[in-house]
Design a protein around this ligand. Structure first.
Ligand code: 5GP
Ligand code: ZN
Length: 114
């Protein structure tokens, strides 16, 4: 828990959000400004900033974020494909500095991403 972190406050339910999945390791909620019909953010309960700040002890939870995202994508029938994205650092578009995985689906995506 980092006292001034938005996503730690969402984890602790001090700030309301539309939680779509949670367990002891991870939580997932609807993005407040969705960039696709499905736009969910998945976070570890443990506060760390980005992949660049992850250590070996975070390996399992980082994998779990991807597998929970896949499960949510199946439940939402994102059959045409979906995207999971970590933005690491401000230069990559990161604006909240608690690691989170974006799950985006429900529309076509271009490659390369912007
Ligand atoms: P980033 O830019 O760091 O990769 O992603 C941060 C995401 O958090 C953005 O997509 C943004 O819309 C979302 N976000 C920012 N503040 C809030 C909030 O208070 N509630 C929710 N549900 N999402 C937020
Ligand atoms: Zn945090």
């Amino acid at each position: 828990m980092s006292a001034d972190c938005l996503f730690c406050k969402i984890s602790a339910k001090k700030i309301p959000s539309k939680i779509v999945y949670e367990d002891e390791d991870v939580f997932a909620f609807e993005d407040i400004s969705p960039q696709a019909p499905t736009h969910i953010l998945l976070c570890p309960r443990k506060h760390f900033i980005s992949l660049d700040h992850a250590t070996a002890e975070d390996q399992a939870v980082i994998g779990k974020l991807q597998l929970v995202a896949a499960q949510l994508a199946r439940e939402r029938n994102l059959l045409d494909g979906y995207r999971t994205v970590f933005n690491n650092g401000a230069g990559a578009g990161q604006s909240v500095f608690h690691l989170h995985l974006h799950l985006l689906g429900g529309r076509p995506f271009r490659w390369p991403p912007g």
